[in-house]
Design a protein around this ligand. Structure first.
Ligand code: UD1
Ligand code: CA
Length: 459
C-alpha cells in the first residue's frame, strides 16, 4: 500500500524563547527536523514526503533539501490542522496511507513507525495514532479512549477539565490516516474557541462522529515520543540520542570509557577496537578508523582519522584528515584543512592551518605552521613559525622532504626550502634555500671576555 508522509515544521516554538525556529535547534548533533526526516526517509521515498515550513522556511528548506523531500509553505501558523491542510494540493492525489509527524519529535524510531504503518494497513480504522502513558503528562494532549480502546477524542491540556487533566494517556502527535478519509474530513476542523487555531487533534472526534474508528497504538518506550517544546526537553532529547549513539558504537566494537561523559554526534562513524577516552567530543561528519585512541578532552569535528591514529588528550581537530599511524597532541590544534601524512607526529602546542605534512614528518613542540606544505620525513624544530601573513595577503611556505628546520626558526613566506636542506636554529629565513644547503639567518655570536668585571669593578 502506498504511503505518503507529512512533517509539520512551520511553528516558531514559542516555549523555546528563541529567535530561531524550534526545528532548527539541535540534539545529538542534528537539527530536530533532520532527525524526523531521516526516519521518514526509511519508510517512504523522498518524493512522497512533504515538510511544512514557515518560520525561517528558507533555512529549514536549505537544511533538508539534500534529502530530496518536498516542501510547502504555511505562511501564517494557524495550527497543526491548518498546517496539514497546506499539503492538500501536493498530497491529496495520493491514495493509500498518509502518515503525519511533527518536526519536534526527534527520538522516533523507524521500527515504531513501521509498526504504526502495518497496524493501520491491517485495520479498518480511519486512523491509528501512537499513544503512551506518562507519569507527568504536562503539555501533551490527553487521549479519551472508549471501552474498545478506540480514540474518541483528544483534548489539549488547556481545554482539559480537572478530570481529563488527570488522564495520563497522551497523544504523541504521530498518526497514520487512511488518506481518502483524512482529506474528506480535514476541512471540517473548526478553529479552537480559545486559541483560534485549527487543531489536527480534533479529527479524532470528527472521524468518530462520522462513524469511523480511530485506533490507539500504545508505545512502551515513552522516550521515543518526546516532543520538544522547551530547552529542558531539548537537553533530554540530546542525552537520549547520545546514549543511543554510544550503545550502538559499543555494540559495534568500540570501547568508550565513561560513556556518560562523551559527546558523539549521530552521524559520527568509528571503527572497531578504537578507544574513546572520557570527556571527548566527536562532532559532525567525523569518521574514525579502527584501532585509534582518542585522548580525554579531545574535540574532533568534521574530520577523517584513518586507522591506528593516536590523538593525545586536549587536542582540537577541525575539518582535517589524519592518515594512519599518525600521532597528534596532546594540546595540538589542527585548525582547518590540515592533512597529516601516514605516521607523522604532531606534538604539544603545535597549531596547523591549511597545512600538509608528508608521511613521517614531525613537528613535536610549539610551532605555528600555516599555508604550508611539508615534505615526507621533514623535522620541524620547536618554536618554528611560518610568517604566512604580510598584513594583506597569505603566502605559502614549502618545505622539502627530509629538511631539518632548527628550533626557533622564523620562515617568512612566500618561501621554498629544498629537500634535505638544513636551517640553523634561531634563523630568520627570507630567501629560498636550495636542496642540501645549510642556511644560517642570524647574527654570529660574539664573546667579550672579561667584559663584566671591566664594567663593574669588584669591591
Ligand atoms: C501537539 C498536539 C498534542 C500532542 C503534542 C505531542 C495539536 C493541537 N496538539 O501539541 O496533542 O500531545 O503535539 O508532541 O496538534 N506546527 C506547524 N504549524 C502550525 C502549528 C504547529 O507546522 O501552525 C508544527 C510545529 O512546528 C511542531 C508541530 O507542528 O513541529 C507541533 O506543534 P506544537 O505547537 O509543538 O504542538 P504541541 O502544543 O506540542
Ligand atoms: Ca510539541
Amino acid at each position: 500500500m502506498d504511503i505518503s508522509i507529512a512533517i509539520l515544521a512551520a511553528g516558531l516554538g514559542t516555549r523555546m524563547l528563541s529567535k530561531r525556529a524550534k526545528v532548527l535547534h539541535r540534539a545529538g548533533g542534528r537539527a530536530l527536523a533532520e532527525h524526523v526526516v531521516a526516519v521518514a526517509r526509511a519508510l517512504a521515498p523522498a518524493e512522497r514526503i512533504v515538510v511544512v515550513t514557515g518560520h525561517q522556511a528558507e533555512e529549514v528548506e536549505g537544511l533538508l533539501a539534500p534529502t530530496g523531500v518536498g516542501f510547502v509553505r504555511q505562511t501564517e501558523q494557524k495550527g497543526t490542522g491548518h498546517a496539514l491542510e497546506t499539503c492538500r494540493e501536493k498530497l491529496a492525489g495520493h491514495s493509500g496511507l498518509l502518515m503525519v509527524l511533527y518536526g519536534d519529535t526527534p527520538l522516533l524510531s523507524t521500527e515504531t513507525l513501521g509498526t504504526l504503518r502495518d497496524r493501520q494497513k491491517s485495520s479498518d480504522a480511519a486512523a491509528t495514532l501512537i499513544t503512551t502513558t506518562l507519569d507527568d503528562p504536562t503539555g501533551y494532549g490527553r487521549v479519551i479512549l472508549d471501552s474498545n480502546h478506540n480514540v474518541t477524542a483528544i483534548v489539549e491540556e488547556r481545554a482539559c477539565t480537572a478530570q481529563q487533566r488527570a488522564i495520563r494517556v497522551i497523544n504523541s502527535g504521530i498518526y497514520c490516516f487512511r488518506a481518502d478519509l483524512l482529506w474528506k474530513h480535514l476541512g471540517e476542523v473548526q478553529p479552537n474557541p480559545a486559541s483560534g487555531e485549527y487543531y489536527l487533534t480534533d479529527l479524532a472526534e470528527i472521524l468518530t462522529r462520522a462513524g469511523h474508528s480511530v485506533a490507539a497504538m500504545h508505545c512502551a518506550d515513552p522516550d521515543e515520543l518526546l516532543g520538544i517544546n522547551t530547552r529542558i526537553e531539548l537537553a533530554d532529547a540530546d542525552r537520549v540520542l547520545r546514549e543511543r549513539k554510544c550503545r550502538e558504537l559499543m555494540l559495534a566494537g568500540v570501547t568508550i570509557e565513561r560513556p556518560e561523559s562523551v559527546t558523539i554526534d549521530t552521524d559520527v562513524q568509528i571503527g572497531a577496537d578504537s578507544v574513546i577516552e572520557p570527556c571527548t567530543r566527536l562532532l559532525g561528519a567525523t569518521r574514525i578508523g579502527e584501532d585509534c585512541r582518542i585522548g580525554a578532552g579531545a574535540i574532533i569535528q568534521n574530520s577523517v582519522l584513518e586507522s591506528g591514529v593516536m590523538v593525545a588528550p586536549y587536542t582540537l581537530i577541525n575539518e582535517s584528515r589524519v592518515a594512519s599511524g599518525a600521532h597528534v597532541g596532546p594540546f595540538a590544534r589542527l585548525r582547518t584543512q590540515v592533512d597529516v601524512g601516514e605516521g607523522a607526529r604532531i606534538g604539544n602546542f603545535v597549531e596547523l592551518k591549511k597545512a600538509r605534512l608528508g608521511a613521517g614528518a614531525k613537528s613535536q613542540h610549539l610551532a605555528y605552521l600555516g599555508d604550508t606544505v611539508i615534505g615526507a620525513k621533514a623535522n620541524i624544530g620547536a618554536g618554528t613559525i611560518t610568517c604566512n601573513y604580510d598584513g594583506k595577503l597569505k603566502h605559502e611556505t614549502r618545505i622539502g622532504e627530509r629538511a631539518f628546520i632548527g628550533s626557533n626558526s622564523t620562515l617568512v613566506a612566500p618561501l621554498e626550502i629544498g629537500d634535505d636542506a638544513y636551517i640553523a636554529a634561531g634563523s630568520v629565513i627570507t630567501e629560498p634555500v636550495p636542496p642540501e644547503t645549510l642556511a644560517l639567518g642570524r647574527g654570529r655570536q660574539v664573546n667579550k671576555l672579561g667584559w663584566v668585571s671591566k664594567r663593574k669593578p669588584r669591591k
